[in-house]
Ligand binder design. Structure first.
Ligand code: BTN
Length: 236
């Protein structure tokens, strides 16, 4: 197995992704940095990522042939991992993992030369969140009342990541996209996409072969969005 061929395991670290970026030069592809807790976890859009004990906080060093579907494949791998235990999580484009409409996991991909550092956060056993996150974040334990073993879920996640990554590297991206379609909560939904300079709204039709979201705007025009933050108007 490529993913996890080498594992750096910390009790506490600033950010597994920052550490991974620092060791990228001397590390084989598939190296994982794993931490029990992060004191300076990074989320998308420069936000902080709440990472106390009780979650899976990991970063993987990859060297993909094509970048755009790496986060999509990672989101599928997280959902597959949970589904192995009968837990159905949903994906909000591009790669937020939701349960009961709250965020249970997130993915941050950062490009470093020809490498990608794939950061994955999964809220597994925590039962409380700071008040400012309570409306938008949750954990597997809170949603299912089950306490899944962290080591077992981590190992399963490495296996599913490995399967999905090999599919991508072998050009079998249509299979990843089909799995994404299976897990997403967005198909047929009306969404708003906040981009740097504007926002667009419309109904989600599909994901395209590069991971862009295909949307039909209210005037019937069809467009493909490649980056931005997706909101469901009915979600907080
Ligand atoms: C998001 O904002 O949705 C992405 C969150 C990514 C968090 C993970 S936790 C492991 C890795 N290390 C970090 O500092 N961030 C990512």
């Amino acid at each position: 197995m490529l993913i996890g061929n080498k594992i750096h395991h910390f009790n506490s670290i600033g950010s597994t992704s920052e550490y991974a970026k620092n060791i990228i030069g001397g590390s084989p592809e598939g190296t994982v940095v794993l931490a029990e807790q992060q004191t300076d976890g990074k989320g998308r859009s420069g936000k902080a990522w709440y990472s106390p004990a009780g979650g899976i906080w990991m970063s993987v060093i990859l060297r993909p042939k094509a970048l755009s579907l790496v986060p999509i494949a990672a989101a599928v791998a997280v959902c597959e991992t949970l589904y192995t235990h009968g837990i159905l999580a949903g994906i909000k484009w591009p790669n937020d993992i939701l349960m009961n409409r709250k965020k249970v996991g997130g993915i941050l991909t950062e490009i470093v030369g020809e490498h990608v550092v794939l950061g994955i956060g999964l809220n597994l056993t925590m039962r409380t969140f700071p008040s400012e996150l309570r409306m938008i974040a949750t954990s597997v334990a809170l949603e299912t009342n089950r306490h899944l073993d962290k080591k077992m879920i981590f190992e399963l996640l490495c296996k599913h990541l490995d399967d999905c990554y090999i599919m991508l590297q072998r050009g079998r991206s249509s299979e990843i996209l089909d799995q994404w379609r299976h897990y997403t909560i967005l198909l047929g939904q009306n969404v708003i996409i906040d981009m740097i300079d504007r926002k667009i709204s419309g109904k989600v039709l599909d994901i395209d072969r590069d991971g862009g979201l295909v949307i039909m705007q209210p005037d019937g025009k069809i467009c493909c969005v490649i980056s931005g933050v997706c909101r469901l108007p009915q979600l907080v």
